[in-house]
Design a protein around this ligand. Sequence first.
Ligand code: ADP
Ligand code: ZN
Ligand code: ZN
Length: 745
Amino acid sequence: MTNETARPAAAPQHELLPRPAKPLGRATVLLPLPVGDGYDYRVPEGMALEEGSFVEVPLGKRQMLGVVWRLGGDSAVPEARLKDITGVLDVPPMPEALRGFVSWVASYTLAAPGAVLRMAMSVPAALEPPRPVTAYEADPGFDAEALRPTPARRRVLAFLAGMPPLPAAEIARQAGVSAGVVKGLAEAGALRPVLLPPALPPEQPEPDRKRADLAPDQASAAEALASGIGQGYRATLLDGVTGSGKTEVYFEAIAAALKQGQQVLVLLPEIALTPHWLERFDARFGCRPTEWHSELTQAQRRDNWRAIAEGKASIVVGARSALFLPFPALGLIVVDEEHESAFKQEEGVTYHARDMAVVRAYLAKIPIVLVSATPSLETMANVESGRYQRVSLPDRFAGAALPMIQAIDMRASKPPPGRWLSPPLVEALRGTLEAGEQALLFLNRRGYAPLTLCGACGHRLACPNCTAWLVEHRLAGRLQCHQCGHTEKLPDHCPACDSEEGFKAVGPGVERIAEEVLHLFHEARFALIASDTLGGPAAVAEMLRSVRDREVDILIGTQMVAKGHHFPMLTLVGVVDADLGLVGGDLRAAERTYQLLHQVAGRAGRAEHPGRVLLQTYEPGHKVIQALVEGDRDRFLEAEADDRRRAGMPPYGRLAALIVSGADRNQVEATALRLGRAAPRQESIRVLGPAPAPFSVLRGRHRFRLLLQAPRGVNVQAVLRHWLAQVQIPHAVRVSVDIDPYNFL
Ligand code: ADP
Ligand code: ZN
Ligand code: ZN
């Protein structure tokens, strides 16, 4: 854990102190722009404003929306040069805790406050008064055939049959057509407009709707969490093996907050992919929570943002950006799967949502619960130092056994050439199928093969925009770059030697494993789960249902299957390549591999049926494999912590990365070298690089990296600010700062 988040008392206190009274008449307004930290405006006579009010102001020739950051203002701009605030929006002012948080995140990440504000104002439409929505429905009296509809129009008509009225954009999205198609049908009279009232307020959860009968240690864990509600800031790790009832337990803390009339935020990684969680919530509290993630439509975002701002949404479940929602009465934050690296935002303002959630809770003076079966080293370090409390659930609920984990030594049990499943794993699969149970084969690699080369000259097919190989996706019939998304058809001759000899696939992806399964077990029904083989959340939900209803015998998947799904008849998990995550020099390679494989293993045997997990590995002696086989998590964490402590690495030291990028390699390298020469020269601080990034070209931009390492006591932000101020950065070059980097590519 980083210094600031570990000890939020180190927050820039000036943001929290009351400001000296200033004459009204002027106000500093922060705009959601990546530059500057606010402009002063005049407050027209009679305009009622408070700090946090959303206002409209002129900027150059434009009108913009912003937030009153300070009444009274404090810039040196003479009164006469100030422009007037144009208007105040009819929406609750941004709460002080959120404004403080925006400032804090900006100063911690070295982003402009406006860039952080932009995340808190991501739905400008929500600031407007709610209006009735125009929706469309099929007109049953209209003879659509007379129009001789195009295939796209037919899709819309088929989709709308029996559907309630929907906004045009929603119809277009769901039917997979352009908005013009829907408009055209409406103009032709095939669809008729209907006015829908503005959104209804969200349903209210009932705290006591259907409480689980908690086992004694669950009950005392729930009591420990619930008793903290309304008692100010406190961070607690809820630590328990998969299936121990952590979700049931934190539901009790949620119920306690709801009873006190408070709002609750639950952060989940990749929220859209956990329909199961939403169903459980519904069963417990009698309604769906308000959701916040990238799969929402614009209309849903607007309605949800507003319901949250008005305090009408009492429970919000969201991805990391939900931290920036304007809760007026937030009383509890829960971060489930706190160890997940998906909580790190890598683009734009780079922040770690778990760490920032702790800050958010601290600033709002409310409790936060971090939940995991495999806590991060950061969180464990905070538990050890006493900054976080720990509440433990040591056993699986109802005595369900933990799965037995074994390693398969691939040096001794080689698969036949061109195959990836070793004889012992194939045997185990056969046994599982014969017993009528289900198996999961896990390989964290999408597509058919990670590398494709020319059969004649060995040329490797690479992305034109990145330093990355193209990955064959045979089902889609294309090659794909997993860095930038570039796709192309498999060429018919080699771009290097012109040979038409054909290409060779090297190594397996999940599609290739599916092929092998098909070859080995003709009769078995299998399903492939990877982010590119399934459409949206609805397709994922349908797939999960078909597994639960036992329409599938063998599940083959990437990390998408590792998350929280629960299949009672799944008794065998085969990890195709347990070493995959361990290659490469990533600081957290061992920790992450442990977490991921532990989580995958947890899919096996959650109900009455005991589970078995087989790890295919070429390094059965590796500490990660050993820890999994022996089930000794804490010893692994301690050993890992020792290594990090000795190397001065997080959570015992601090890191910050500078990534220098641009289209012109020479200019990028020259800038990186100048930064290197201006690097801070303090004894305790080390700067590595500049060096070309492992992906030295990404999306056509050349990249160099510098890495700063410092002891925990150092104010890294101050060091970086001073450093960056020394070097003139050309316009065409970008320097991004990544505090506490998780990605070293
Ligand atoms: P975790 O979040 O630790 O993985 P869950 O809360 O998902 O554990 O619980 C695992 C399973 O056990 C779930 O199906 C859950 O409904 C069930 N369960 C846990 N505790 C209880 C309880 N006290 N009463 C009934 N079912 C429970
Ligand atoms: Zn060739
Ligand atoms: Zn690419």
